[in-house]
Design a protein around this ligand. Structure first.
Ligand SMILES: *Cc1c(COP(=O)(O)O)cnc(C)c1O
Length: 363
């Protein structure tokens, strides 16, 4: 059986405890799976597709909308009235938690970590930070950026204060020792995507997605395998090197299995990572990434950001260049649109530096 293409009828309706875990609906409809013919012609590779999770509805969208469905579900099950979350200054997760809290009439406290050393004023005030303020979140700052457990402790301290004031806080933890509830959103997404692939005229050869906290990557991979699909999933490292990221994806998959109370269908060989566009590090983009950002915009009007989706798209272009099959290669666009405005200086520099090259401008 060619399990790269499973018909819709063969997809299991449910598995494990997935439908029993608390979930709050934040995504109103399936996101589109669109062809990218102009890009395909430009890079000489046919059947390139994009899964538009950047258009997931809530406040500029992004992959965290699906993840938050399970955190907000858990918060509601505990009758929480206040959400606490931590992230980088330009975190999309934090912005979308603030947005979901508005929709569900909850308060939101966000803790912004100094993860990226930038004195660029846009980074500190525009993009997601502007939206956090617009959404009315209470903003706290945290002095370190690479201390997940300490950041979680910061949230616990804030939660203790809120409890003293009579609030009912729910903490969305950052550290990998907490259950990866967010990954369940992408277990659900795997079914949606497999249904869309089933109605295409061709099988899918590969899915390419950003791998940061690893919730998206692990959830998608787990969901595909649990539903009998063997489509390769390549995670593009945007946060840490492949060796460390592999441990994280492996651990997330085990923990998803525990949450769902089924055996993990994911093998070591299923965990594919590409770290080639990670340098110079989280939150910084090299020229390959900026070229990818320009190409995505000028060929397919995709809005890609330098931290996450631009890197993942650069990795996607490498995968498309190295392909052997003729089936679909699918880029999962995970959002990050507001980040573009926070990186105005870097974007302007890149326009100037790369303008002599053919980056798809039609003039
Ligand atoms: C968080 C984020 C990612 C990474 O997703 P993880 O689930 O953390 O791996 C990718 N793209 C964007 C735009 C994000 O905000």
């Amino acid at each position: 059986m060619n399990t790269h293409s499973i018909s819709s009828a063969e997809l299991p309706a449910e598995f494990g405890r997935l439908s029993q875990l608390p979930r709050m609906k934040l995504l109103e409809a399936a996101t589109a799976l669109e062809p990218m013919p102009n890009l395909g012609r430009a890079v000489g590779s046919a059947n390139l597709f994009v899964k538009r999770d950047d258009c997931s509805g809530l406040a500029f969208g992004g992959n965290k909308v699906r993840q938050l469905e399970f955190y907000f579900g858990a918060a509601k099950a505990e009758a929480a009235d206040t959400i606490l979350i931590t992230g980088a200054v330009q975190s999309n997760f934090v912005r979308l938690a603030a947005a979901a809290a508005c929709k569900h009439d909850m308060q939101c406290h966000i803790q912004l970590e100094e993860r990226v050393d930038k004195d660029n004023p846009y980074y500190r005030s525009s993009g997601n930070v502007l939206l956090d303020r617009l959404l009315g979140a209470t903003i706290h700052s945290f002095p370190v950026g690479e201390a997940e457990d300490a950041a979680d402790k910061g949230l616990e301290d804030l939660a203790a204060n809120l409890r003293r004031d009579g609030r009912r806080p729910y903490v969305i933890h950052l550290g990998p020792s907490h259950p990866p509830l967010g990954a369940l959103g992408y277990v659900v997404a795997a079914r949606e995507l497999l249904g869309q692939i089933a109605s295409m005229a061709m099988p899918a050869d590969q899915i390419v997605v950003a791998s940061g906290s690893g919730n998206t990557h692990a959830g998608l991979l787990f969901g595909l395998r649990a539903m009998g699909s063997d489509i390769p999933v390549t995670g593009i490292c945007v946060r840490r090197a492949a060796e460390l990221q592999r441990l994280r994806i492996d651990s997330h998959c085990r923990r998803i299995a525990e949450l769902l109370q089924i055996g993990s269908p994911v093998t070591d060989a299923d965990i594919r990572l590409d770290e080639s566009v990670l340098a110079p590090g989280y939150g910084y983009a090299g020229d390959d990434v900026m070229r990818a950002v320009l190409l995505g915009a000028r060929k397919e009007a995709l809005m890609l950001d330098p931290t996450y989706t631009g890197k993942a798209f650069a990795g996607f272009l490498r995968a498309a260049g190295a392909r052997s099959g003729t089936g679909a290669i699918i880029f999962v666009h995970t959002g990050g649109t507001p980040g573009i405005f926070a990186y105005e200086n870097e974007m302007a520099d890149a326009f100037a530096r790369l303008s002599a090259e053919d980056t798809g401008s039609r003039t």
